[in-house]
Design a protein around this ligand. Structure first.
Ligand SMILES: *[C@@H]1O[C@H](CO)[C@@H](O)[C@H](O)[C@H]1NC(C)=O
Ligand SMILES: *[C@@H]1O[C@H](CO)[C@@H](O)[C@H](O)[C@H]1NC(C)=O
Ligand SMILES: *[C@@H]1O[C@H](CO)[C@@H](O)[C@H](O)[C@H]1NC(C)=O
Ligand SMILES: *[C@@H]1O[C@H](CO)[C@@H](O)[C@H](O)[C@H]1NC(C)=O
Ligand SMILES: *[C@@H]1O[C@H](CO)[C@@H](O)[C@H](O)[C@H]1NC(C)=O
Ligand SMILES: *[C@@H]1O[C@H](CO)[C@@H](O)[C@H](O)[C@H]1NC(C)=O
Length: 320
């Protein structure tokens, strides 16, 4: 007998397999699913604090004259055109500061690399898209280190400053380091999750053609393993993303650095998790039905000499 109920967990496993592959590979190539990042840093106003030297005395003490003079000149240029419109000045700074410093407007973390680029059409337009300039080489167990990249870009940039001049604190790098250790674990768990959902694609069709308690149980175990790995991954990433964004924004906002959570990545990883949960539940129901049927056959066996219709009704219960 062909049992088509196994088609449902099969469809779940195929979709979850594709989605969890995308979790690993999103953003691994320049421009490929860039918006599915784990975290993104908006650096379009990084260094903005040097505009207000009174607020941070340490930053103003070490601030380079070339950057200050550029900003002063920029403000004078704009104010001469549009008198006293502060928003216009801020927008213009946001769209020019990064280029002037020699850095990019955003840096984003993916499972296997970091990408960077500019906002399109510009940094202050609503719902701006991501124009990727460059991605780091794809690496298993990638460690996010935007500090080194930005510092390098600042040093080769024309203004001759480094990341500590801007006021980049240890708390910011600390928030990032916390995530890195957990990223190793999530990478391994994604690999197991992908492997298990891939195996589920191979074993689920067996259940369509073969009625076997053992095969049903194997399918349940495989689907549940995939669910478990993906669920732990999703929880780790949800929690750490939240914590990292908070840590970075706490100190970063003062220097014009903004971190955002990757909502689309979360949607991807939680969808894959939910699908494997559905597949597992289907196998639990299948297994329970099979187990009940086997138990009924077992209780019928000792009644030699009498047909089961004599003592049992159609549902398998003893007749009164
Ligand atoms: C200000 O404008 C002048 C001419 O329009 C230009 O040469 C100069 O580079 C501008 N300064 C800045 C800082 O953009
Ligand atoms: C993307 O960035 C490149 C340079 O980095 C630029 O030439 C191109 O015009 C940008 N595209 C958009 C749509 O802004
Ligand atoms: C980047 O940050 C600046 C400063 O807060 C903000 O004005 C701008 O809208 C942000 N851009 C994007 C695309 O989020
Ligand atoms: C940014 O883009 C928006 C929408 O395209 C445009 O209205 C705005 O003038 C641009 N701002 C700057 C400073 O170029
Ligand atoms: C990335 O890979 C290319 C080619 O494999 C190599 O030449 C380059 O040095 C690598 N870059 C980094 C930052 O490791
Ligand atoms: C940045 O430059 C200052 C001097 O300009 C130096 O004291 C400091 O060690 C540098 N920091 C880094 C991270 O290179």
């Amino acid at each position: 007998m062909i049992r088509l109920t196994a088609l449902f967990p099969l469809a779940c496993a195929i979709t979850a397999f594709v989605l969890s592959m995308l979790c690993l590979f999103a953003g691994s190539k320049k421009g490929f699913m860039e918006e599915y990042h784990i975290v993104t840093l908006n650096t379009s106003t990084l260094g903005y604090n040097v505009l207000k030297p009174s607020t941070t005395s340490t930053a103003s003490a070490s601030q380079p004259t070339s950057l200050t003079s550029w900003i002063t000149g920029e403000i004078q240029n704009i104010t001469s055109i549009i008198e006293g419109d502060l928003t216009t000045i801020e927008n213009d700074i946001a769209n020019k500061l990064a280029r002037e410093l020699g850095i990019q407007e955003w840096y984003s973390l993916h499972m296997m690399d970091m990408c960077e680029g500019s906002y399109a059409p510009n940094a202050t337009s609503k719902g701006a898209g991501f124009n990727t300039t460059e991605c780091s080489n794809r690496t298993a167990m990638y460690h996010f280190n935007p500090t080194a990249t930005i510092n390098h870009e600042l040093e080769v940039g024309g203004l001759n400053i480094n990341i500590s001049d801007i006021g980049w604190s240890n708390t910011i790098q600390g928030g990032i380091n916390d995530l890195n250790a957990a990223l190793d674990a999530t990478f391994v768990l994604y690999c197991i999750g992908i492997g298990a959902s891939g195996l589920a694609i191979l074993t689920a069709p067996v259940s369509i053609f073969l009625e076997s308690k053992l095969i049903t149980f194997a399918n349940l175990a495989i689907a549940f393993l995939a669910f478990l790995c993906l669920a732990i991954d999703s929880i780790i990433i949800t929690v750490l993303e939240h914590q990292m964004v908070n840590d970075i924004n706490k100190d970063g906002n003062k220097i014009g650095l903004y971190a955002y959570k990757g909502g689309k990545f979360l949607a991807l990883t939680w969808s894959a998790t939910a699908l494997m949960l559905l597949a597992s539940c289907t196998w639990v129901v299948e297994f329970w039905l099979r187990w009940r049927q086997v138990r009924r056959e077992y209780t019928e066996k000792p009644l030699v000499g009498r047909t089961s219709q004599d003592t049992f009704d159609a549902r398998g219960y003893p007749k009164m």
